[in-house]
Design a protein around this ligand. Structure first.
Ligand SMILES: [Zn+2]
Ligand SMILES: [Zn+2]
Length: 120
């Protein structure tokens, strides 16, 4: 296990790009992840959201719903201990994103390539 482990990344900087709807996380190894806010909300790991997704599977071709941007907008972003980031959304829902989960869902090409390589 001598290769660098991306799972042990911690954020050094978090930037919210309001107009683009992007949350940008800069990690301590210099990697930068840009998460669409809607994707973050979709990947909320709380029991309530998991149950909602289980009972109402999202259709892949669903059209964007008007007003969803507001719901998917963070009211506040705060660290939880040393392992996770919390987001309180505009609709008062709170999500906890462990850093290893964020690394796992990083949508950049580099991470996609790495995950594809690991899957083989
Ligand atoms: Zn949730
Ligand atoms: Zn990445």
């Amino acid at each position: 296990m001598s290769t660098p482990d991306p799972v042990n990344r911690t954020p050094v900087e978090i930037n919210l790009h309001r107009s683009a709807g992007i949350l940008e996380v800069k990690w301590d190894d210099g990697h930068v992840s840009s998460f669409p806010l809607s994707a973050l909300r979709e990947s909320c790991t709380c029991a309530l959201c998991q149950e909602t997704r289980r009972t109402k599977p999202s259709t892949p071709h669903a059209l964007p719903v008007l007003g969803s941007m507001e719901r998917n907008y963070p009211d506040s972003i705060y660290p939880i201990g040393r392992y996770a980031m919390g987001i309180r959304w505009k609709d008062a829902h709170e999500s906890i994103f462990p850093y290893d989960h964020l690394v796992e869902i990083c949508p950049c090409d580099e991470c996609k390539t790495r995950r594809a390589a690991e899957a083989n």
